[in-house]
Every structure is written in structure tokens, then in C-alpha cells.
Design a protein around this ligand. Structure first.
Ligand code: NIG
Ligand code: FE
Length: 418
């Protein structure tokens, strides 16, 4: 049978292959994956069916029916997996940017009724069509950056109707364009005004009235464990209830304080613990011991919040914690969709090597979404999500700071118009 798509003349093919099949890459394995030189990738329909050096290409399967993409010596790699975003919201917080520049902190703005709560007000008031249009516009931008799968959290509704609407919008946005969207329920983002002083009651309400309506609609349940949001004990109780209903678990933890949320969630089997700027070495060892929990590091957030403390990426890698990198795209702490910039910042501020950072935005990010069997590497049997880049050496990727190196995007074997 002829190939439906052939990517030929890949100067460097970053396969991400060669690691363990049953858990995310950690320790030395994070940089120990295979790069093929002068290589090809062949696809049939949605899937990759052959990968190898150009000399091994079966020319008999390259026919008039084959669409050929000539990488012309450029780097080819798996599509980026953006494993932590707050995709669906209304409005923006440019006014708070000015306050931040004058020295107000993220948590001070939140405590004064702004921050997340300001986006909640705008989002509750927005018609569903506007939320969907915003999400589609952002997804279009993400696709141009080479993102082929994206996680989308709710969390700007904080009431039953609006939260369900946000998950519905994320799913609909996934159906209307090619980037795969994975919805996560973050109703436990902060306590809404209706429940101020009654955080436990709010979590009981979410667990009893909202989570059951989301079974089959959202794969993961997330909670913001932080001063001014939820304590580790509250988060534990809530995540246990979510787990009992069959949801995968995620947590925002150790972003601004060390409350112990990351180790707690890892011990409950969370698929990821996110932020980790204040994660201490003892708790990092507990995350590493879980084996499957990925620490999702978000280097654009401390940059944007003017915080000098970044997650201790180098130390986490050396301790054997599997790590991924994401933007955390949202209107408050990271209004950027540039995962390439996040990758560069992981090198500059967290001590990643370029190879480690590339694994963190592909295969390990897929692990953080429980999708590593399908995406995240260029291997036979995986979904044909591929990027052709305008650079010839992978070391240039973090070097061209803030640039978008993407020349071509393929999703599910289909070449995209960018
Ligand atoms: O991951 N920290 C909590 N939630 C988001 C920010 C949301 C917002 O500020 O709107 C985050 O940084
Ligand atoms: Fe976040």
C-alpha cells in the first residue's frame, strides 16, 4: 500500500524514542532519546507506519497518491503537547498588569477581589458563542506554534452552570478545529464570593453536584492548592472524591508557597503536579517515588509575576522526578501561548539542557495527559502529529529566543494550513 504522507530529508529527526514504555522519562533518560540524521517519516492515514534513514525508504510505497513534504535538511519532531492551559475565558487583565508593575502581588490583587475573580465576573457574563470564538482564536494561535494537543481547564465560572459551559466550550472547540483538546475540570480554582469563608462547603458542592455531571466530559480534576485558595487537607479530601468517581487527578501546587500539595497529590496517584516553584527536596523525592506523576513546570509564570523564584528544574531532574514544561496560558499569570519561549526559559532559568527541554514539551507532556501511548514521539503506531522546523540543529531551538521555528504542522497525518 502506498504511503499517504511522506516527510523526507529530515536533517535531524527528533524521534523521542528509546525510553521506557510504561512511565515518563526521568533522570538521564530525559536526554537519552534517539535522533536520526537524514531520515524520513511515512504515514498512512492518521498513523506513522515507518521511520528510518533515507537510505531505507521503500520507494515502491511512494506513489502518485503520496503527499510529500520535503524537510530540506530541517529538524523534524513530534507536535508540541501543551499540557496545562486555562483556554476558556472572557476579557483580559491588562489593567492588572499596570498594578503589578507598580508592585502589587498576584495574591494581593486576588485578595482585593481582582485577579482570578475579575476573570470570573467577565466569564460568567459572556455569551457561550463569545467564549467559543475566543477559544477557537487561541487554538488557531497555538496551532501556528506547533501545538497539536492541548489541555484546557475550566475554572472561571465557579458555579455549576458556568463551569459546565466552560467544559462544553472546550469540547466543542476541540471538535471544530484540528488541535486535540483535553478538558480538565478546575471548578476548585478559588472560593467564589457566594461561598466566602466556607471553602469546605464549596468543595462539597462541587463533588456532590458538579463532578457527577462531568463524568465522560472531563478526564481530569484539578485544584489550586495555595494560600488564598485551598489548603492541602481540603485538596486531599476533594481529590479523593474525584478519584472515586473515576477522574484522573491534577493539582496546582507549590506555586507561591510550600503547602505540601505536590507530594500529597503524587501519593494519591495524580497524573501531574503543576508549578512546583516552591517544591522542597524532601517532597520532590516523594513525587519521584510515585514514578508516574509528572511535575509540570511553568517558567513563564514567575517571569510574568515578577517572581525571582523558579521551579528547581535541574534538581528535580537529578532527583529522578519526571518533568514536563508548559505555558500555563491564562489571562492572569501567563498571557502567552509561546511554548517555545517557555522551553528556552526552562533552559535559562531552570537548568534544563535543550534535549531535556524538548522531551518536556513532547513525550513527558503527553504523559501528563495520560496520552503517551498515542502521541509525544515519532514512532511507528503513534498518531502522525509532526512539525517541520526552520532550523537545522535542535540546539538552535532554545537559542532563537521567542521565535517560532515552525515551518509545517501535520496533525493526524494531515498537513495544516497555518
Ligand atoms: O495556573 N494559579 C492559579 N491559576 C492560574 C492563574 C489563573 C489566573 O490568574 O487567572 C495559574 O497560574
Ligand atoms: Fe494554571
Amino acid at each position: 500500500m502506498s504511503y499517504s504522507l511522506l516527510v523526507r530529508n529530515c536533517g535531524q529527526l527528533l524521534t523521542l524514542a528509546g525510553g521506557p514504555a510504561d512511565r515518563p522519562l526521568s533522570g538521564p533518560a530525559l536526554a537519552d532519546w534517539q535522533i536520526l540524521e537524514n531520515a524520513f517519516v511515512a504515514c498512512e492515514g492518521e498513523k506513522i507506519v515507518a521511520v528510518g534513514p533515507m537510505a531505507a525508504l521503500d520507494e515502491a510505497r511512494v506513489t502518485a497518491a503520496t503527499q510529500t513534504l520535503d524537510a530540506a535538511g530541517g529538524v523534524v519532531m513530534p507536535g508540541l503537547v501543551e499540557c496545562h492551559t486555562h483556554l476558556v475565558f472572557a476579557g483580559n487583565r491588562a489593567h492588572e498588569f499596570q498594578r503589578k508593575l507598580q508592585g502589587e502581588s498576584y495574591l494581593d490583587i486576588l485578595a482585593a477581589g481582582g485577579g482570578i475573580l475579575s476573570t470570573v465576573r467577565a466569564t460568567r457574563a459572556a455569551p457561550e458563542a463569545e467564549l467559543l470564538a475566543n477559544a477557537l482564536r487561541h487554538l488557531h494561535d497555538f496551532r501556528r506554534y506547533g501545538i497539536t494537543t492541548l489541555e484546557a481547564k475550566s475554572g472561571y465560572g465557579l458555579d455549576c452552570d458556568t463551569e459546565l459551559r466552560l467544559v462544553r466550550v472546550a469540547r466543542e472547540a476541540g471538535r471544530r478545529q484540528p488541535v486535540r483538546v483535553v478538558p480538565t475540570f478546575l471548578g476548585a480554582h478559588v472560593v467564589p464570593p457566594e461561598y466566602w469563608g466556607r471553602a469546605a462547603d464549596y468543595l462539597d458542592f462541587l463533588a456532590a453536584d458538579v463532578l457527577p455531571a462531568l463524568q465522560g466530559e472531563a478526564e481530569f480534576v484539578d485544584i489550586f492548592c495555595e494560600e488564598g485558595a485551598f489548603s492541602a487537607a481540603e485538596a486531599r479530601r476533594y481529590l479523593l472524591r474525584a478519584r472515586a468517581l473515576g477522574f484522573g487527578l491534577k493539582i496546582h501546587a507549590e506555586q507561591l508557597h510550600d503547602l505540601g500539595g505536590s507530594a500529597m497529590a503524587a501519593e494519591l496517584g495524580a497524573v501531574s503536579v503543576d508549578h512546583c516553584d516552591y517544591l522542597n527536596p524532601t517532597d520532590a523525592a516523594r513525587v519521584a517515588a510515585a514514578g508516574i506523576t509528572v511535575a509540570v513546570l511553568l517558567p513563564l509564570v514567575p517571569l510574568f509575576l515578577r517572581q525571582e523564584k523558579y521551579a528547581p528544574g535541574r534538581q528535580l531532574i537529578d532527583q529522578g522526578v519526571p518533568v514536563a514544561v508548559s505555558t500555563d496560558f491564562n489571562p492572569g499569570s501567563c498571557p502567552s501561548k509561546n511554548l517555545w519561549l517557555a522551553l528556552s526559559m526552562a533552559c535559562l532559568k531552570m537548568g534544563f539542557t535543550p534535549k531535556e527541554a524538548l522531551a518536556a514539551v513532547t513525550l513527558n507532556a503527553a504523559w501528563a495527559l495520560n496520552l503517551a501511548a498515542e502521541i509525544g514521539s515519532v514512532e511507528v503506531g503513534k498518531q502522525a502529529d509532526l512539525l517541520v522546523l526552520d532550523v537545522r540543529d535542535y540546539q538552535e531551538i532554545p537559542y532563537w529566543l521567542g521565535e517560532n521555528p515552525v515551518r509545517e504542522v501535520v496533525i493526524g497525518g494531515q498537513r495544516q494550513n497555518l
